[in-house]
Design a protein around this ligand. Sequence first.
Ligand code: SF4
Length: 82
Amino acid sequence: MPEALVESAGVQLVCMRGTAAAPARCVALRGAIGQSVSCAIYEFRPSACREFAPLAAVGRGDEACNDARRRHGLAPLVPAAA
Ligand code: SF4
């Protein structure tokens, strides 16, 4: 990960720049939250991002995903009917 994209999160730990702030906004996030967003480094995103809400891309959120959506004033994802 390029040094310009991260900041210290403790001894031997880094996080994506902007994610330790409140409100958090990752330096790699592109677009407008609630409209259309994407990750500028998706193929190289950190492990924490790879493990977060793994089914969100197919419209299936989990509690962590819905917590993040709530923080931005968005409704929770509702599972599609089978
Ligand atoms: S998925 Fe991309 S934009 Fe989202 S927090 Fe991770 S690095 Fe940042």
